[in-house]
Design a protein around this ligand. Sequence first.
Ligand code: ATP
Length: 201
Amino acid sequence: MLVIGLTGGIGSGKSTVADALAARGAGVIDTDVIARELTEPGQPTLAEIAATFGADIIGRDGRLDRDALRTQVFSDLDARARLEGILHPRIKDRMLEQLAAIEAPYAVLVIPLLFETSQHTLVDRVLVVDVPESAQRERVRRRSGLTHSEIDRIVASQISRAERLARADDILDNSGDLPALLAQAEHIHRQYIALAADPKA
Ligand code: ATP
């Protein structure tokens, strides 16, 4: 099966593109969704995170307090590595399990930190959603309520836009409006359908 790795910086438009490809029949696996499932109340992964970072990261409602956890890991590189050590192998296992069960013309793995975690080796092609930093910051701020400095830190913790672009096989330009992005998604979907049918195309 043709496997596409979909990546891009925070707020670049990955989920928007993934939804558009899924609506056209691609088999989409989103690692953010898997991460949320793994950290639902009662999941062993959540218990392990609480054992490592303290009961404070679980809110009164029994759910993971993402803000509290983010505060801990962004001020401490070792803590971040510990969190990734808990989460990433489990996310990868579940992703590969789901991939093996997919019945679709091609599969899309949505992996925000695709290059940072060397998971580009798992896919046939890398699709990058690219956005200029100014638009990226504006969209993230509008959606998330993160402060400027929190957004700065997240952007700084990811590979640079230039490096991501240099390593992409395919690029969608999300500097325009949503219809412009969706038109590009439609176009790349057709290419992937053709490629899946004939890998030499
Ligand atoms: P994250 O890294 O945070 O998971 P993402 O890469 O999945 O984000 P989306 O959630 O698809 O990005 O998009 C981020 C926000 O920007 C959303 O609110 C989305 O609706 C909006 N957005 C995406 N593309 C555009 C666009 N071309 N014009 C305006 N808003 C957009």
